[in-house]
Design a protein. Structure first.
Length: 547
């Protein structure tokens, strides 16, 4: 699927291979590391050793009016213990510059990555015949879900005079994931800016633009569109040759429009709980059924009629789309009830928690119509940036920055406002040594106040699992409104030291500690964790090929 998400990068690669005077650089990187919290959990942390290796191929031509630099890097990661998590990631980058005239330059860049989110015991998603989510929660399964991210940007710079420069930028950001409760996000931004030099030390500017963000519907969350309009004034001041201060700030209006919710029925597991220890044949005889020919356990292993199962085991059908609902005497959803229970979950086996969750679910009415009548919200806020850079000596520099901007909250399908601070120090004492230390802090909160309304069916009595009787409600539909929001705090401290052992080889050591806190949020899943990693890497660059 790589070509579907990075068409422009690969178009650039095709141009590079067809052009003249092309330099091709090849390198190989190998990394061995330790991760103390592989699955990013708040408790029961699992550590492991990891090994990553992969080549990088880069095409470049910097000698003509049209210059470019294109690279592709596949990385295969291997775990010492959790070999189910071994997988291949892809990274691609392309940059192009074209000199249209002496005064005008066109630029283009694109970054693509396909990586995996690593989970232990995730929801294994499936759907029944009407689109309802059916989720099992294995206790030991290790799974990686693909995460796609593609960012493309084109901008044009024109010099109106020796002191005045204009720039117009358009960018597109795409996010997609195999994770079932994560919303696909598209974002398009257009921005224009004019900078004027007042003196050798001061430049001022004024700009404005707009952003459109779309978050596709996911697990009952309707589609949401956000429109952001912003103005930005800027000032860049040089304190001599060693220090530069950049200030950008301005107001912004965020308008969010949520679509009407679609009619949808919630999860329901028709099932039968086995009261005492019985064989498969005895359990089915107790509910008046003959043993199906395809009885299997949750892993898909066939089970004979003589197989003994423990008390509390659960019989569930392979086809879980059997549900009948009547509201005020009118059927709003009707399918033939399931009569053949062909899957067995043994409460005494490794899926005991699954058996408990399914049997408990029968005691509460999970059947509902979800959605809303379409809501919108408008917020006035401000965005900006303050960055201070200083060279202590030519080999040692420091940068401190605060940025407030919009971002996407893909897990909930709504725009967010991000406040971030970072401090970085870079030191290159010799041509061989390279050292850096960086600290980051990020706070991300929901940008607008959009509520979700679920119209719930209130049954006259709890549903009877496995019964052909429909769920009956004379009460009608009851609206339940709640607010999914984002309130995430993240900080990270990282260090890197690299030594060039020869003209073509480099050894590096990296370590970082990160902490994420989502406990203040009403998100659907908690992702609070601490994580420490250390990595030792080796890179070897081959002599470039020239075509």
């Amino acid at each position: 699927m790589l070509h579907l998400y990075a068409p422009l990068v690969f178009f650039l690669i095709a141009c590079a291979t067809a052009a003249q005077a092309v330099d091709v650089d090849l390198s190989m990187t190998t990394t061995a590391g330790y991760d103390d919290n592989v699955f990013r959990t708040s408790s029961h942390e699992d550590d492991d050793a990891t090994f990553r290796f992969g080549p990088t191929i880069r095409f470049r031509d910097l000698t003509d009016t049209l210059t470019y630099n294109v690279s592709y890097n596949p990385v295969y990661e291997v775990f010492a213990t959790y070999d189910e998590a071994n997988d291949l990631s892809h990274f691609a980058h392309g940059a192009l510059q074209y000199q249209l005239s002496d005064l005008t330059t066109f630029h283009f860049s694109e970054d693509f990555r396909l990586v995996q989110s690593l989970n232990q015991g995730p929801l294994v998603a499936n759907e029944d015949a009407v689109g309802n989510d059916i989720n099992f929660v294995p206790e030991t399964e290790v799974r990686r879900e693909d995460v796609y991210r593609n960012t493309a940007m084109a901008w044009m710079v024109h010099n109106f005079s020796a002191s005045t420069q204009g720039e117009f930028t358009i960018s597109h950001d795409y996010f997609n994931s195999d994770v079932s409760n994560t919303s696909t996000n598209n974002s398009v931004t257009g921005y224009a800016n004019l900078m004027h030099a007042l003196s050798a030390s001061d430049r001022i500017g004024l700009g404005g633009g707009t952003t459109w963000q779309r978050f596709d519907s996911v697990q009952g969350q309707p589609q949401t569109d956000s429109f952001i309009f912003r103005l930005m004034a800027s000032w860049i001041h040089n304190f001599g040759q060693d220090t530069e201060l950049t200030v950008r700030a301005g107001p912004a209006v965020i308008y969010t429009d949520q679509a009407n919710g679609k009619t949808r029925f919630g999860d329901q597991y028709p099932h039968v709980v086995v009261p005492t220890a019985r064989t498969i044949a005895q359990a089915y005889a107790a509910i008046g059924q003959s043993v199906p020919t395809n009885v299997q356990d949750l892993d898909g292993n066939p089970l004979a009629g003589s197989t003994m199962i423990a008390a509390g085991s659960v019989l569930i059908p392979e086809d879980t789309s059997c549900l009948s609902v009547m509201v005020n005497g009118q059927p709003v959803f009707d399918r033939s009830p399931c009569r053949s229970y062909s899957v067995v979950v043994d409460s005494a086996g490794p899926y005991g928690a699954v058996a408990t969750s399914i049997s408990s679910a029968a005691q509460i009415p999970l059947n509902y119509v979800s959605g809303n009548d379409g809501v919108s919200d408008t917020r006035i806020t401000g965005f900006g940036e303050v960055t201070l850079s200083h060279f202590w000596i030519p080999e040692l520099s420091s940068t401190a920055s605060y940025v407030r901007t919009d971002s996407g909250a893909t897990s909930l399908g709504s725009s967010t406002i991000s406040d971030s601070v970072y401090l970085e120090n870079v030191w290159t004492p010799t041509r061989r040594w390279d050292l850096s230390v960086r600290g980051d802090w990020v706070r991300r909160k929901s940008a607008t106040d959009v509520l979700n309304t679920y119209v719930v069916i209130a049954p006259d009595a709890p549903p009877v699992a496995g019964s052909p009787s429909p769920i009956v409600s004379n009460t009608g539909l009851v609206a339940d409104t709640f607010h999914d929001s984002v309130d995430t705090e993240y900080w990270r401290v990282a260090g890197r030291i690299a030594y060039r052992t020869s003209r073509r080889s480099t050894v590096s050591l990296r370590a970082f500690f990160q902490h994420q806190d989502t406990e203040r949020a009403s998100t659907r899943s908690n992702s609070t964790f601490d994580n420490f990693q250390v990595m030792l890497g080796f890179r070897y660059d081959l002599d470039p090929f020239h075509f």
